[in-house]
Design a protein around this ligand. Structure first.
Ligand SMILES: *Cc1c(COP(=O)(O)O)cnc(C)c1O
Length: 407
């Protein structure tokens, strides 16, 4: 148990020092700028800003004079960056944004098609079925992927025609290539299907205009997290060009799922939106260069990197099938070498997911990816002593403590 402030301070300092010495390749994390971090500790973190979805100026609490202005200006900025007519910034996380979309759109017993956990789906709807209230009322099916880990558009079209879902949710936690949103638009119109895009992972790439904007491709709604490839504070957002949908979803979100919407995120998000307007493209271009370079370097060292026939990846991450080398948890072994990434055992063979957002923000480029691939080889293929490797990792990351593409 903590007894004094000093105890808390000490442990926080230890955490910061520890993470400073780690090579962070977790695709769903990022390093935000000092200005973003400082706004998170502003007075807004202790205020309420509840409003009615139809009229954000209709605020339940008093004292919201400037809060309203800050929130509306941030909304405008989000609409500008993501190219949607309407935005809702109240979801406190990407998952919460997705819940609001699912519960706002589906009537009981209607079907949704999403990405399965085995295919690096986030599990927005599937796990909801374990909640007894939803178990029998929410129906879910999963889209199929091809050999190269891209969504099989033809199979999805066929599935949509046969099963007539109410909602299709594109996007997952292991997206390597743009999804066939455009290809599904006509069928969606014919069958009255709503197309949603879960951009949690690729928000930063969309903001940087290096990944197709789903709203331009025909998605009715886009939602996601603000802290993965997008280097903002932790939080969520929803954008759409359809007023009816944004209102329906907003009215589900509030007051059923969110009441205090953690207002300190809002100016922090605004700062990162401005940052992305300024540097997002350059940042996104380098992220993709780094991912491709890492994929090639890992392949050269004997790893089975997925998506080879399509150039491995068009995003901030690569997927590596490590079944040949690892029987136990590769993520935990890599962690002992101070290399952080995600692993997954739900499919036929264990995979690791390696992401480039944070190392790109820290200033790493293509040559550094070659060294990173070498580190992976030493841990997973050569089975070198992880304590020895961790010292090399510390020395390597010590050279990259600045922050690029940031104010
Ligand atoms: C991370 C993730 C989420 C959840 O976002 P949080 O901000 O962690 O709540 C939702 N969908 C996908 C595809 C994700 O990768």
């Amino acid at each position: 148990m903590f007894k004094t402030i000093k105890d808390i301070d000490n442990l926080l300092k230890k955490h910061t020092e520890y993470r400073k010495g780690c090579l962070n390749l977790i695709a769903s994390e990022n390093y935000s700028s000092e200005i973003v971090r400082s706004y998170l500790s502003s007075d807004l973190g202790n205020r309420y800003g509840c409003y009615t979805t139809e009229d954000p100026s209709d605020r339940e609490y008093t004292g919201n004079k400037y809060i309203h202005e800050i929130e509306m200006n941030t909304q405008k900025l989000a609409k500008d960056v993501f190219g949607g007519k309407y935005a809702d910034l109240r979801p406190i996380s990407g998952h919460m944004a997705g819940m609001a979309v699912v519960l706002g759109i589906l009537e009981p017993h209607e079907l949704v098609i999403e990405v399965s956990l085995e295919d690096w789906g986030h599990g927005l709807v599937g796990p909801m079925r374990q909640v007894s209230q939803f178990g029998e009322t929410i129906k879910v099916e999963y889209m199929k992927f091809d050999q190269d880990r891209a969504v099989d558009a033809e199979a999805l079209k066929k599935m949509a025609k046969e099963l007539k879902p109410k909602l299709i949710i594109f996007g997952g936690s292991g997206t390597l290539f743009p999804e066939p949103v455009r290809e599904l638009r006509q069928i969606a119109d014919e069958y009255g299907i709503i197309l949603a895009y879960d951009a949690s992972h690729v928000t930063g790439l969309i903001a940087g205009k290096v990944f197709p904007n789903p709203l331009n491709e025909g998605a009715d709604i886009m939602f996601g997290s603000t802290h993965k490839s997008f280097p903002g504070p932790q939080g969520g957002f929803i954008v759409s060009n359809r007023k009816d949908l944004i209102e329906k979803i907003g009215n589900t979100l509030s007051p059923s799922l969110v009441t205090s919407h953690h207002l300190n995120r809002i100016p922090a998000f605004a700062a990162s939106l401005l940052e992305m307007k300024e540097y997002g493209h350059e940042y996104g271009v380098q992220i993709i260069k780094n991912s491709k370079a890492l994929a090639k370097a890992m392949t050269k060292r004997g790893f089975n990197v997925l998506g080879a026939d399509r150039g491995y990846t068009e995003t901030h991450l690569i997927l590596v099938d490590v079944g040949e080398y690892c029987s136990q948890m590769p993520g935990k072994l890599l962690e002992r070498a101070k290399i952080l990434c995600s692993d997954d055992f739900s499919g036929a063979s264990p995979q690791i997911r390696v992401g480039t957002p944070e190392v790109t923000r820290r200033g790493m480029t293509e040559e550094d990816m070659d060294y990173i691939a070498e580190l992976f080889r030493r841990v997973l293929i050569d089975n070198e002593d992880v304590d020895v490797i961790s010292k090399d990792v510390e020395a390597f990351v010590a050279k990259y403590q600045e922050l690029k593409y940031a104010f």
